[in-house]
Design a protein around this ligand. Structure first.
Ligand SMILES: [Zn+2]
Length: 312
């Protein structure tokens, strides 16, 4: 069977209704174009477990339904799965048992640093290298380990020797289109396979003791069967995750033929005034409102829209 999939999407980040940028709809949109061209339905995997606490008071399931409702309104009828489902939970549990048995997941004592909220949890040497190179895309900030704090919770780092779980990915060739990403992917593969990935999370309050990214890394194996063809559609900003998923899939089931399509990056060039900050809900309301004034859409259909919008 042929499947066109996106990497797992987090439907909302919990700060309010659909507060993700409307640009995040672009990957499912391209996946839908590819799927239609291949005459199949796209498959969307939703990362619900990774969603931060929801201050809008909505359950993760209702946020997921709202997101799927948005896709539906764009004419994208996708097969949707989510990682919070009981079925995925038992699949993941069995997978971990299998990997432990095959010694692909091993335990190792490591000197770790971690913060109060648990978002920072890494080996001392990794923290040192982040601080030394003053990397921006990290929650860790400071001059050195003694003064470093977590940007999220503001706490200083604690140190302990922990028994961590390491997972070793094996290198594999990645079939990518367009080929300009080959070199970058090779560097990513080297980075992912040179050292084991720490997949345990011992200092987070959440119930899951595994890294969220590891939890969904095997999602293709959950969706596809042996000898299936899978096309992953990804943004160039998520090559790291794409490579992780592909190597993982091939380790678990080498007969799955998997290809990667990288779509162009959508950047909104508007001087940062309105469009580039527009969330998904503002995007839909904005279109509707501008059409209402332009074409005097009747009150009745506007009410219908509002009602529909709130009742996914
Ligand atoms: Zn923290």
């Amino acid at each position: 069977m042929l499947r066109v999939v996106t990497l797992p999407i987090t439907p909302a980040d919990g700060n309010g209704e659909f507060d993700r940028s409307f640009v995040t709809l672009f990957t499912p949109f391209v996946a839908d174009i590819v799927a239609k061209d291949l005459m199949v339905k796209p498959t969307i995997m939703l990362n619900i477990v990774g969603m931060k606490s929801d201050v809008s008071g909505k359950s993760s399931e209702s946020q997921m339904r709202e997101y799927l409702g948005c896709l539906n309104r764009l004419g994208i009828a996708a097969d949707a799965f989510n990682d919070a489902h009981d079925d995925y939970e038992s699949y993941f549990g069995n997978l971990v048992t299998k990997l432990l048995k095959e010694r692909k997941i091993i335990s190792e004592a490591k000197q770790m640093v971690w913060c109060k909220c648990g978002r920072i949890e890494m080996p001392v040497e990794v923290a040192n290298s982040i601080l030394y190179t003053a990397r921006h895309k990290t929650l860790l900030t400071g001059e050195d380990l003694a003064s470093a704090v977590c940007k999220k919770c503001g706490s200083k780092l604690e140190t302990s020797v922990d028994e961590v779980q390491l997972f070793r990915l094996q290198p594999a060739r990645i079939n990518v289109f367009p080929p300009i990403y080959r070199e970058e992917l090779q560097a990513i593969i080297k980075r992912l396979t040179d050292n084991g990935l720490i997949i345990s999370r011992l200092h987070r309050a959440a119930h899951c003791c595994f890294d969220i990214d590891f939890r969904w890394s095997g999602f293709v194996n959950y969706i596809a069967k042996s000898n299936d063809e899978v096309v992953i559609v990804s943004s160039p900003t998520t090559l790291n995750q794409a490579a992780r998923v592909i190597l993982f899939t091939k380790m678990i089931e080498p007969s799955i033929n998997i290809r990667l399509i990288v779509h162009p990056l959508l950047r909104v060039q508007d001087g940062g005034v309105v469009l580039s900050k527009m969330s998904i809900s503002e995007f839909f309301y904005g279109i509707r409102n501008s059409l209402r004034s332009a074409y005097a859409v009747s009150n009745r259909s506007t009410m219908g829209f509002v009602r529909k919008h709130h009742s996914f």
